[in-house]
Design a protein around this ligand. Structure first.
Ligand code: SF4
Length: 304
């Protein structure tokens, strides 16, 4: 079957079966073309909660499908590829976080939304990369225990210097592949281009950027900017998505290594098979997990 033929079948099947397809920003363009919504993980969860469909197919990684389920417990949520996990979401175990909560009992536990549902159940508040600074500023407590991404954490800390942070070693293995040397080389090759990076990149890379933001913020910035050339310091599929959205501008990958193999685990064929009922994994969370994890997300919405 050709790609376009498979995409037509997917469009027919999802209409016939009432399925809402979500594609994270780091999915390939052929999946974007069949999705009902594309974007950052939390934005997708919110879109799914408002959608009429009773089944939601998440093309992304496991914690994203869990977040969809937390926001839409009455819906069937399918992760398109059961092997698509996020190493960062599981870097801190439930037991370690429980112990840290006891050790830093006077701290507010702030978890990046890129964590498992189980970790969310013992977090006080979640943050997205786009709203993290605002949320942390609005937390009444000045003592913050932040998990799991130290790079995102220290980027927030710089903007909220009056608060004390405790970190646990962790971070996104994909964004950590970008080095200051990549910046030096990209600046030499593209001297007129603006450098846009994700705060999951290392502190040294972030310091060299012209703009720092979440994936959606990077895309919006590049689309709205008067500039015409951009070096993109996040997962490399964004380079292609931007080039298609803005053919008159030029986009360059900051590092050819910045590819998330977990995100790339999902293929158009997975989407097709899920819609035929022969693939993916339904996400099941017990009532207590749904309720407790939802609390940390509601707190994020209240503060953000
Ligand atoms: S890019 Fe990083 S945070 Fe995102 S899914 Fe991949 S490993 Fe996880």
């Amino acid at each position: 079957m050709q790609i376009q033929e498979m995409q037509s079948e997917i469009m027919r099947l999802k209409r016939e079966r009432g399925v809402c397809v979500l594609a994270h920003a780091y999915q390939s363009h052929d999946i974007w073309e069949v999705a009902d919504y594309v974007g950052d993980s939390f934005g997708l969860s919110q879109q799914a909660a408002q959608a009429d469909a009773h089944t939601v197919l998440m093309c992304g990684v496991r914690f994203m499908a869990e977040t969809v389920k937390i926001l839409s417990p009455q819906k069937r949520v399918i992760l398109a590829n059961a092997d698509a996990g996020c190493p960062m979401a599981e870097q801190v175990s439930f037991d370690v976080l429980s112990q840290l909560k006891q050790k830093y009992s006077d701290h507010t536990v702030v978890s990046y939304v890129n964590t498992t549902a189980k970790l969310k159940t013992i977090s006080d508040v979640c943050v997205t990369s786009s709203a993290a600074v605002k949320i942390v500023k609005n937390i009444a407590n000045d003592k913050i225990l932040f998990i799991p991404d130290c790079n995102l954490g220290s980027w927030i800390q710089k903007q909220v210097p009056h608060k004390q942070f405790q970190f646990v070693p962790g971070g996104c293995p994909t964004h950590l592949l970008i080095t200051p040397k990549n910046v030096e080389q990209a600046r030499q090759r593209h001297p007129g281009a603006l450098l846009l990076v994700h705060p999951e990149c290392s502190e040294k890379v972030v310091e060299l950027a012209d703009y720092v933001g979440s994936t959606t913020q990077i895309m919006d910035f590049a689309k709205q900017s008067q500039a015409t050339e951009f070096i993109i310091g996040t997962e490399n599929s964004i380079v292609q998505h931007l080039q298609i959205a803005c053919p008159e501008k030029r986009f360059y990958a900051l590092s050819k290594n910045c590819i998330c193999h977990n995100m790339k685990a999902t293929t158009l064929g997975d989407v097709y098979n899920c819609l035929k009922g022969i693939g993916g994994e339904e996400i099941e969370l017990d009532a207590e997990t749904l309720q407790l994890a939802r609390r940390s997300i509601d707190e994020m919405l209240r503060l953000g």
